[in-house]
Design a protein around this ligand. Structure first.
Ligand code: NAP
Length: 309
């Protein structure tokens, strides 16, 4: 049996580009549904050119243009959506088209974060509700009986790790560091190209059919205390530590609104509420990515921090 043909939606974006690259690397016939406007952005145009040069077929269209989705879906076996969080509900028409086609063997919706059925930050979101649309899409896919895999990769490494989890900074601190909570709760970081490689590995794998793939790679499940210690060793210096309690963090989150408080909100979720790791992966609906694909090499948190020294 040949490799599945994969359609990526969002290939001009951050994760979508990595997904398209990984799809090509793993020898899948690769298609990308691309909006016309992406070609007038020089950076996106360059990304699309490089994908096309590497063998991807670019199809013009958008999630609002039903005819373009119908035509694109006809060409492939697998659809992966990597639209951004704020476009989550725009996937509804795509889901209806996939349902009607009846020919898609696997759909991977744009989740790619913490598990929306497990996160415990709803009470702090003050009406914004980051995960509710993702949950709604997952429930719609399940209700329609579309074969799916959801990817719960937790944090991309570009989120919070470049600052060593210091809101507002864009490089790790070299003198003083703030620890949220007691610093012992573990969060998970995975580099975007690794998320893409794990995602593409699932598409023809019966073990991931109608399952959630969780990524908790050894070496990438770290507490704030562990991150700080790792960084101190790398720069050969102890940092001055101050602590922000759970109550103080909650007060900060409530004192502002989304998206201004998004870093604090995600810190609260991962490093106070333990949303990445408080639950075991249940074999009835979940699988562990690094256990399923031990051959996939990935960037560890320590290797990522090495690039920042
Ligand atoms: N776990 C984490 O730490 C983390 C961090 C960031 C994102 N994520 C998740 O990763 C996924 C992808 O996010 P991202 O940040 O990579 O997205 P992004 O860079 O904003 O890219 C979004 C892509 O979707 C395309 N798109 C948007 N609306 C479309 C439409 N109507 N029709 C067709 N294409 C459309 C965009 O095309 P144009 O170029 O035409 O605009 C772009 O290619 C999301 O599920 C997001 O929640 C996770």
């Amino acid at each position: 049996m040949g490799k599945s043909k994969i359609l990526i939606i969002g290939a001009s974006g951050n994760l979508g580009f990595h997904l398209a690259e990984a799809s090509l690397k793993f020898d899948h016939p690769t298609f990308a549904l691309v909006r016309d406007s992406a070609f007038s952005d020089p950076i996106k145009a360059q990304k699309l050119h490089s994908l096309s040069h590497a063998g991807a077929t670019l199809l013009k269209g958008s999630l609002q243009d039903e005819a373009s989705i119908v035509e694109a879906v006809k060409l492939v076996d697998v659809v992966i959506s990597a639209v951004s969080a704020k476009q989550t509900l725009d996937q509804k028409l795509l889901i209806r088209v996939i349902k009607q086609s009846g020919s898609i063997k696997r759909f991977i919706p744009a989740e790619f974060g913490a598990d929306p059925t497990k996160v415990q930050i709803y009470d702090l979101e003050d009406g914004h509700n980051f995960y509710a649309p993702k949950l709604e899409i997952r429930q719609m896919v399940e209700a329609e009986g579309i074969p799916y895999t959801c990817i719960c990769c937790n944090f991309f490494m570009k989120i919070l790790l470049p600052s060593l989890v210091q809101p507002g900074l864009n490089a790790p601190p070299r003198d003083k560091v703030t620890i949220f909570g007691d610093g012992n709760t573990k969060g998970v970081f995975v580099k975007e190209n690794d998320v893409a490689a794990f995602t593409i590995s699932t598409v023809d794998d019966p073990r991931t059919l109608n399952k959630v793939l969780y990524l908790r790679p050894p070496g990438n499940v770290c507490s704030l205390n562990e991150l700080v210690e790792m960084w101190e060793t790398k720069i050969g210096k102890k940092l001055e530590k101050s602590h922000v309690s759970e109550e103080e963090l909650v007060k900060k989150i409530k004192g502002t609104s989304y998206p201004a408080n998004f870093e604090q909100l995600f810190i609260y979720s991962a490093f106070i509420k333990k949303d990445h790791t408080y639950f075991d992966i249940e074999s009835s609906n979940g699988v562990n990515g690094t256990e399923l694909y031990p051959q996939l090499k990935y960037t560890t948190v320590s290797e990522f921090l090495d690039t920042l020294v």
